[in-house]
Design a protein around this ligand. Structure first.
Ligand SMILES: Cc1cc2nc3c(=O)[nH]c(=O)nc-3n(C[C@H](O)[C@H](O)[C@H](O)COP(=O)(O)OP(=O)(O)OC[C@H]3O[C@@H](n4cnc5c(N)ncnc54)[C@H](O)[C@@H]3O)c2cc1C
Length: 415
């Protein structure tokens, strides 16, 4: 079957690429192994956080992660003990990237992508009339401990030097904004540009819009292999059909490395599993998105639902929610918010973040193929950075100048 643009993966990155390519007048086919608009997004925290400009691999992160792991019950970080060569290589590369040089390279790149995406999100939601509990009240990091609050204030100052607006809230100001907090929450930092959506509703609407715009979507159609001639991918194989395309976009999150292997392309992405717990019928629903600063846990309201997400377990592929961690997430929520003794859990979920060793996504043309673009490795920000990635990929496909210099995202940096 012949097509113009073939997108492999129908989640946040794949659907946003489809949207911008269709808008530019291209014809799009999407191949999705399961169902579109699910991926590792539907149960995520739903936070759109352009304030997250510090790449995951930053000075002190590797040592903090090891320290946290000494206390298993509260550690926001975990790690699989696996001895395959790609995983071990990734861990070493990650530890080596936790330095100032990576910050210097990563911050402007992440800021460009985040700012473009925040604007694009607003446009998509308004222009396409998407109902997804879009909240524009900002994200507040909450603190109970004086030492972590003071570290949070320092982080806010660093963000301010990079042009991100952050307001420090003392206890009185914070409790006036959110009256339902426990009395021992002593302060917060408020990133006002950040916002939030119900990610499942946003992606479902985006997939419907993309269909209306003419995309052909093949669900339950995993790509199984490729054929290449003179550096051009000539065939994309699935169990029932073979596809031929002018351009192919690889947007398969944590599964990108295994698909790319057949293309002789090394993509250093590892999964980082996290969990979520969604409850309903809270008497006093919070009005902002939050990070529980002492716990590294996110809390987001969507209409009458409240979602708590946390944990980053590197190297874990299994997507079964761990009851022990679901229970701990509930306890962490209670440490910060006044809740009824009995709460109604409507969903528990586990998802896999695609993480590169330097914490910066991979977006760009394949160095080995004439008709392949790779868009993956968005780690904790695959929802936030979806619309910007979609625009950049569309610009690349159409031979246009990209909105900004995308060289920091090139796959070549790992070759
Ligand atoms: C607990 C948690 C909370 C999070 N919170 C946030 C947040 O608040 N804000 C934010 O911005 N990000 C958040 N994230 C991160 C975000 O969910 C990821 O970055 C995002 O899922 C990456 O999107 P993706 O499209 O690259 O990959 P995925 O969502 O993993 O989608 C990849 C798609 O490719 C498909 N696929 C795989 N193999 C094949 C194949 N062979 N053929 C065809 N299709 C295939 C899969 O079925 C899947 O649909 C969170 C993640 C977790 C786990």
């Amino acid at each position: 079957m012949k097509t113009d643009i073939l997108i492999i993966g129908g989640s946040s990155i794949g659907l946003n690429c489809a949207y911008y390519l269709l808008k530019s007048g291209r014809k799009v086919t999407i191949l999705e192994a399961h169902e579109v608009a699910q991926g590792n997004v539907s149960g995520n925290a739903g936070q759109i956080v352009p304030s997250h400009i510090i790449p995951l691999a930053a000075p002190g992160v590797a040592s903090s992660a090891l320290k946290w792991m000494l206390n298993e019950k509260t550690s926001p970080f975990g790690m699989a003990m696996r001895f395959d060569i790609d995983y071990v290589k990734w861990l070493v590369q990650f530890a080596r990237s936790c330095n100032e040089a990576n910050l210097k390279r990563g911050i402007p790149a992440m800021k460009n992508l985040g700012q473009l995406s925040a604007g694009n999100f607003q446009k998509i939601i308004t222009e396409e009339n998407i109902a997804c509990h879009y909240g524009q009240t900002g994200m507040i990091t909450l603190f109970k401990d004086a030492k972590t609050f003071s570290a949070g204030v320092h982080d806010a100052e660093v963000l301010q030097t990079h042009g991100i607006a952050v307001q420090v809230l003392d206890k009185t100001a914070l409790h006036a904004l959110e009256p339902n907090l426990q009395n021992d929450v002593i302060g917060g930092t408020h990133c006002k540009q950040d916002c939030f959506v119900n990610p499942a509703l946003f992606l479902k609407s985006l997939s419907e819009r993309v269909r209306e715009m003419g995309a052909e979507i093949f669900e339950h159609t995993p790509v199984t292999g490729f054929e290449i001639e003179n550096k051009k991918i000539t065939k994309v194989k699935t169990a029932e059909k073979i596809f031929e395309a002018e351009q192919i976009i690889l947007a398969t999150g944590v599964w990108s490395p295994q698909l790319a292997r057949d293309l002789k392309l090394q993509i250093p992405v590892q999964p980082a599993r996290g969990y979520s717990l969604t409850i309903d019928s809270i008497k006093q629903m919070p009005q902002h998105a939050f990070t529980l600063g002492d716990r590294h846990v996110a809390v987001t309201p969507f209409g009458n639902l409240l979602r708590v997400t946390g944990r980053l377990e590197v190297g874990q592929f299994d997507r079964t929610p761990n009851p022990k961690w679901i229970h701990r997430l509930e306890n962490f929520l209670r440490e910060y918010f006044v809740l009824d003794e009995k709460i109604n859990i409507v969903e528990t979920w586990a998802g896999l973040r695609p993480v590169t060793p330097d914490g910066i996504p991979i977006i760009g043309k394949s160095p080995l193929h004439t008709n392949l673009i790779v868009a993956t490795g968005h780690a904790m920000l695959g929802l936030t950075l979806g619309p910007a990635t979609g625009q950049i990929v569309s610009e690349l496909v159409n031979g246009k100048d990209t909105a900004f210099d995308i060289s920091p995202f090139a796959l070549e940096r790992f070759m």
